[in-house]
Design a protein around this ligand. Structure first.
Ligand code: HEM
Length: 137
């Protein structure tokens, strides 16, 4: 894919919009993740994208723009599995590498990995089950 001539070396609201737009374009085309998002977001995508701009702005720029409860939202999504987080992170990683230099890309990625892990624990951890979960569990 042809990326920007120069990658972003710092984080701005405009850069976050580009990242979120490019990431969800990949998600929607993805054979694993696409159908899950298509089932959950049946109408206009823009409200979801606006929420995600605010979310990443809060995470990366500590702007406090995002208000919400991601755990409650994800619990309600049909078809979620622990394995899907790996796919989500692959696509997010690829998008970060296209748009950002290594240093900033690494920060996005480490934040995303930590949030993915805590979402995965909140959704799937059971004290009486092995962790990490296996396909047969
Ligand atoms: C298996 C991986 C994931 C899937 C399938 C998934 C799917 C979704 C879907 C379908 C929505 C829209 C829910 C709705 O509007 O009803 C959503 C919202 C959201 N997702 Fe994910 N997600 C995943 C992982 C993540 C990760 C790793 C993060 C953060 C790093 C994240 C952050 C969010 C946020 C902040 C929202 C908005 C919640 C709100 O409405 O306030 N998601 N996700």
């Amino acid at each position: 894919m042809i990326g920007p001539i120069e990658k972003f070396g710092h984080v701005t609201e405009g850069g976050i919009r580009q990242l979120v737009d490019a990431f969800y374009a990949k998600v929607r085309r993805d054979p694993e993740l696409g159908p899950i998002f298509a089932a959950a977001i049946t109408g206009d995508w823009q409200p979801h994208l606006e929420k995600m701009y605010a979310f990443w702005s809060s995470v990366m720029l500590t702007s406090g723009r995002y208000k919400g409860n991601p755990v409650a939202k994800h619990v309600a999504i049909a078809g979620m599995t622990p394995e899907l987080f790996g796919r989500w992170l692959q696509l997010f990683d690829a998008t970060c590498r296209e748009l950002y230099d290594d240093a900033v890309g690494d920060v996005f990625l480490s934040k995303a990995e930590r949030i993915a892990e805590s979402l995965k624990l909140a959704l799937f951890y059971r004290p009486d089950q092995p962790w990490p979960p296996t396909a047969s569990a």
